[in-house]
Design a protein around this ligand. Structure first.
Ligand SMILES: [Zn+2]
Length: 403
């Protein structure tokens, strides 16, 4: 009896909201993701996250569906596609943190809007996003201040340019953060500062983004004038490969065209700091959250290049060729310098396990066990969560998942 009542309490707000929604919102179910069945219901929902797809190609919707990477997709004409059920976990935020809580996917709804972070939405999209966000705010009791853009919650692990974990991994959804646009979206309040930067958990990686988001006065911007549609893709003294390509700087899909006309793919560039001024960077992938795989000592530089200031942190995990592993805080500075070539490195990770009959992968790391960036240590190999055969995970297997 009690169980039944709880179900009704859960469903009621959704039914109530439908008549309002029909007035303006138009939904399509033609791109519902088959991954719904493998995604658990979230335990809580405190944030709504807005994204821009960085393309207007319909191929983006197909990819979002195939990977279950958003709850809703808002097309240029304002049609709203339901992709993942809004109560379930969608993998939309990637490496993320807000107010000290990591893996924002576990407590947020994600809306992908077709378009670019530095261009206005269409008027049909403004109406649709406003209505949709209004509905979700009502269902989950989310405050205006907790409607954020992806660029506000995404963060990057240390890399060649940033020695610390940093905000500014991407500018996704930046066009929906200004006071003027938020007014159109019916959002009266905004986050006035970055709680993770303020607390020292993250460094500022993109000063321009920080200025746009919080300004020096904290009052926010009044117009769309801050948008910079002509973001240069040419390397100069003030603009490096990371500024242009962000986390895709070393991806095979990113192309470097040198002043002399020769070309290299991202993974073929040996030293990004030596790229000559005038080199063009062509980012062809529009993946919102590039798969973060492990890095390898030797292949991707030294441990300190890969993990930066977090080289000795307990959240940096080193996996050795013999299948053993150590966390950064279990090694000395001397030992880290001497890590053998081929050592695999995961930055910003938690060690979970071992798997047993009574302690399944899902008990250890929740919905993330099926994620591409979760790794199972099986016979000395790191097997990604989306490739592991869940019927054949040996007892004793350790799992590395993002913090
Ligand atoms: Zn995004």
């Amino acid at each position: 009896m009690f169980r039944l009542m709880r179900v009704w309490v859960l469903l009621l707000p959704i039914f109530i909201s439908v008549p309002n929604a029909q007035a303006v919102l138009r939904f399509s179910n033609s791109y519902r993701s088959w991954r719904n069945k493998e995604r658990p219901v979230r335990k809580s929902t405190s944030l709504i996250i807005l994204h821009t797809t960085e393309t207007t190609s319909p191929a983006a919707l197909k990819k979002l569906r195939d990977n279950g990477e958003c709850h809703y997709y808002v097309a240029l004409d304002g049609l709203v596609y339901r992709v993942i059920d809004h109560r379930r976990v969608a993998f939309h935020a990637g490496r993320s943190m807000w107010n000290g809580r990591t893996n924002v996917d576990n407590f947020s709804v994600g809306i992908e809007v077709s378009g670019y972070h530095n261009k206005p939405l269409t008027s049909a999209q403004y109406r649709a996003v406003a209505e949709l966000v209004g509905e979700l705010k009502y269902i989950y009791k989310v405050t205006d201040r907790n409607v954020l853009s992806h660029c506000q919650v995404a963060y990057g692990a240390p890399n060649k340019w940033h020695k610390r974990s940093h905000r500014g991994r991407k500018r996704c959804g930046m066009n929906m953060t200004s006071t003027a646009v938020r007014k159109i979206l019916n959002l009266r309040e905004r986050a006035l500062y970055d709680p993770d930067v303020r607390a020292g958990r993250l460094a500022v990686g993109d000063p321009h983004l920080a200025q746009v988001l919080y300004g020096s006065s904290g009052a926010g911007q009044k117009s769309l004038a801050y948008l910079t549609p002509q973001e240069s893709n040419v390397i100069s003294r003030n603009r490096n490969a990371w500024d242009i390509a962000r986390d895709l700087y070393n991806a095979p899909t990113t192309l470097y065209i040198f002043p002399n006309g020769s070309r290299k793919q991202g993974h073929q560039v040996a030293d990004f700091k030596l790229l000559p001024a005038g080199t063009k960077v062509v980012v062809t992938s529009s993946v919102d959250n590039p798969d973060e795989s492990f890095k390898i000592v030797g292949q991707h530089g030294r441990a300190q290049d890969i993990a930066g200031a977090e080289v000795l942190a307990d959240s940096t995990v080193y996996i050795f060729a013999d299948g053993s592993y150590k966390r950064g805080n279990q090694l000395s500075a001397q030992q880290v310098l001497k890590l053998p070539y081929g050592t695999k490195v995961l930055v910003g990770y938690t060690v979970g396990g071992p798997v047993s009959a009574s302690r399944l992968a899902s008990t250890i790391c929740g919905s993330r066990w099926r994620s591409k960036d979760t790794f199972f240590l099986i016979s000395g190999s790191l097997v990604p969560g989306d490739e592991v055969d869940d019927t054949k995970i040996p007892a004793g297997t350790m799992i590395f998942f993002r913090k």
